[in-house]
Every structure is written in structure tokens, then in C-alpha cells.
Design a binder for this molecule. Structure first.
Ligand SMILES: [Zn+2]
Length: 175
């Protein structure tokens, strides 16, 4: 099993020392969870109800094979960067201020997380949020309205899987 690394390419607007520290701890959680055999087994057995994938030219396809979904998640290159398969998750994260209710979103290869949410929400929650947004960077998508299948789309179900695995783990900094 190839070990996947998580790397921060860019942390924008992490203005306090504690922001950077929290980001590093979240990175640890993400690295931990994506390298558990359980994470991979659960993806292979997941009942995805929305398997849409958008390639770099903006064309939709459906990935019917869970193994292929897993391969994209653990090894495939990020879009937009022209990168090849490297078993490394490159995160570009930007904190921002806004009054809307969302936690964050993704634009091209950058994950935007609301500063207030980043500071107030648990490490586990932020880890799940970044994993969700990262699957968008890879090309997976979901309905933007609440629909029955949305929780079973690749981004939502993968982050639920990660969250469930993390729930059973204990970390020093979470105490
Ligand atoms: Zn999303």
C-alpha cells in the first residue's frame, strides 16, 4: 500500500501562529485517516449514488468502478496543475471572511475556508471539510441543492467515511 503524503503548497491568510498550528494538526489527521486500510476498504464498498467526474476540459463522465474512484483519490493527479501521479495531496488553502453560512468552497485548485469556522470548528470537522473540497480538486462533483443522492456523492460520502474513522481515534491535541 503506497503511503500518501499531504503537503501544504500554500496557506493564505493564516495570520495567527495558532492558525498554522491547527492546520498542521489537521494535516496530521488527514494523513492518518487516508492511510488507514479501513479508509480504502470503505471506499471500495461504498454505495455511491452520484459518480460524476469532471475532467480538465470540463467534460462529465461517470466512474462506475469503485476501484477507479479509489485510485483517483489515493494516487491521481490534481487537476489544473499539470502534475503527474505522485501519491501526494497538495493543499492550497485560503482563509477568508464572509457572512454567508457556508464553511467553505473550492475554486480551481484552492480550498477556501471561512476563517471564523476554521477557528471555531473541531479539527475533525476541518479535516473532513478539506477532504471533501480536495475531492473537488480531483474532479468529483455533487448536486448543489439538497437532494436525496447528494450525501452519497463522492465528495460527501468520502468525507463522511473519513469523519467516521476519525471519530474512533484519539489525538493528544484533541483532548
Ligand atoms: Zn462540495
Amino acid at each position: 500500500m503506497e503511503k500518501i503524503n499531504v503537503k501544504f503548497n500554500q496557506l493564505l491568510n493564516f495570520t495567527k501562529e495558532t492558525d498554522v498550528k491547527k492546520a498542521e494538526s489537521v494535516k496530521l489527521l488527514i494523513t492518518d485517516v487516508i492511510n488507514t486500510p479501513e479508509f480504502r476498504t470503505r471506499i471500495l464498498n461504498a454505495d455511491f449514488k452520484d459518480r460524476r467526474f469532471i475532467d480538465e476540459r470540463g467534460e462529465y463522465s461517470e466512474i462506475n468502478d469503485n476501484q477507479e474512484i479509489l485510485n483517483k483519490i489515493i494516487a491521481e493527479k490534481e487537476q489544473y496543475t499539470g502534475e503527474t501521479v505522485d501519491y501526494e495531496w497538495d493543499f492550497n488553502i485560503c482563509l477568508y471572511r464572509s457572512l454567508t453560512g457556508e464553511v467553505g468552497h473550492r475554486k480551481k485548485e484552492t480550498i477556501f475556508t471561512k476563517k471564523r469556522k476554521f477557528r471555531n470548528l473541531s479539527h475533525r470537522f476541518i479535516a473532513s471539510h478539506w477532504i471533501h473540497e480536495y475531492t473537488h480538486v480531483l474532479g468529483f462533483t455533487h448536486d448543489y441543492k439538497r437532494t436525496e443522492r447528494r450525501p452519497y456523492s463522492v465528495p460527501y460520502l468520502i468525507s463522511t467515511i473519513a469523519n467516521t474513522i476519525l471519530e474512533g481515534k484519539e489525538y493528544e491535541f484533541l483532548n
